[in-house]
Design a protein around this ligand. Structure first.
Ligand SMILES: *Cc1c(COP(=O)(O)O)cnc(C)c1O
Length: 348
């Protein structure tokens, strides 16, 4: 049986003996061999499928810690700004803890599955006429002035929970991978993985991927109007950008950008060739390998084993999947028409 992440790694987490554990059995996600990706990039590639967490993204690893600690302090409510997955996760863990949840999301820019989750878990969902960066400024103000706990990745417990992804990789591979490829938005997850790796005295190359229209760490300055189809990484002013840049540097790795077209190509490739359906944002990690190869920027040796972190589940964003696919074929009950539809050339 899957144990709550806090129990599995309790001795490495800032959790006190009397603290409540708010868990939905997050973590312990599968590490999946990816033969088709491996062949294409010329190294063994494995996929850490974080889309199989309880709310469908890696955010649950941090949220179990943040909400447990909030409950330990007697908080009655939690709040976050979110491109969607943090909202869904906060809403679920607040429900589990018997607390109120409020989430602020950028108007029109959130995948429909994430919105549906946040609502059905019972959170108050506020759609802001602004982008993620605006929303983060506002929730920071509310948390400073009202008795409500901020559970964005600026919350240190989020990073503590998320670092367990690195522990799982080290345990499963009997050591760290040579390189970790990971999408970068607010830069909390890459910061957390680096913390986990270094706490266990390992240092794989970190290969970060940003969307070309939202690539502040690649171009070296904030992006005022971030734009990309990969909504989970549509962030122009990453809260943990400096920490992430230090991590890329110390690891000998790199951070590069990939276009929406390249992201969607990797997204469809993963689904149709590996049978793994992740979010577009998650596929940025794989697109980074396809587009920029596997050589590090430093003089470190070429990696032989690479783990791509697939941060979220493709089911969250059905609109993008439908738009990226060939449509369904309309057909009558006429047998020959059905035969043609199944075996014939695809109608143009
Ligand atoms: C949050 C999220 C990211 C970005 O992670 P950061 O910690 O903000 O860098 C990437 N992909 C998905 C699916 C996410 O939910």
């Amino acid at each position: 049986m899957i144990r709550p992440l806090i129990e599995r790694y309790r001795e490495y987490l800032p959790i006190e003996p009397g603290d409540p554990v708010v868990s939905i059995n997050e973590g312990s996600t599968p590490l999946i061999e990816a033969p088709a990706v491996s062949e294409r990039v010329g190294a063994r590639v494995l996929l850490k499928f974080e889309g199989l967490n309880p709310t469908g993204s890696f955010k649950d690893r941090g949220m179990t810690m943040a909400v447990s600690k909030a409950k330990a302090r007697g908080a009655q409510a939690v709040i976050c700004a979110s491109t969607g997955n943090t909202a869904a996760s906060a809403a679920a863990y607040a429900a589990r803890a018997g607390m109120r949840g409020a989430v602020i999301v950028p108007q029109g820019n959130i995948a429909v599955g994430k919105l549906a989750q946040s609502l059905i878990y019972g959170a108050r969902v506020i759609s802001l006429d602004g982008n993620f960066d605006d929303a983060l400024v506002i929730v920071r103000h509310l948390a400073d002035n009202f008795p409500i706990e901020l559970v964005n990745s600026v919350n240190p417990y989020r990073i503590e929970g998320q670092k367990t992804g690195a522990f799982e990789l080290i345990e499963e591979l009997d050591g760290p991978p040579d390189a970790l490829a990971i999408p970068v938005g607010n830069a909390g997850n890459v910061t957390a993985y680096w913390k986990g790796f270094t706490e266990w005295d390992t240092s794989p190359l970190l290969y970060g991927a940003q969307a070309a229209g939202a690539a502040p760490l690649v171009i070296g300055e904030p992006v005022e109007r971030p734009e990309t189809i990969a909504s989970a990484i549509r962030i122009g002013k990453p809260a943990r950008g400096d920490e992430a840049l230090t991590a890329f540097d110390e690891s000998g790795g790199r951070v590069r950008s990939v276009t929406d077209e390249e992201i969607l190509e990797a997204y469809a490739f993963l689904a149709s060739r590996e049978g793994v359906f992740c979010e577009p944002s998650s596929a940025a990690s794989v697109a980074g390998l396809f587009v920029h190869g596997i050589e590090p920027d430093s003089d470190a040796p070429t990696p032989e084993t690479i783990v791509c972190v697939l941060t979220g589940n493709g089911l969250k964003d059905p609109d993008t999947a439908l738009a990226a696919s060939e449509g369904v074929i309309e057909c009558s009950t006429d047998l020959s028409e059905v035969e043609e539809a199944v075996f014939g050339d695809r109608p143009a």
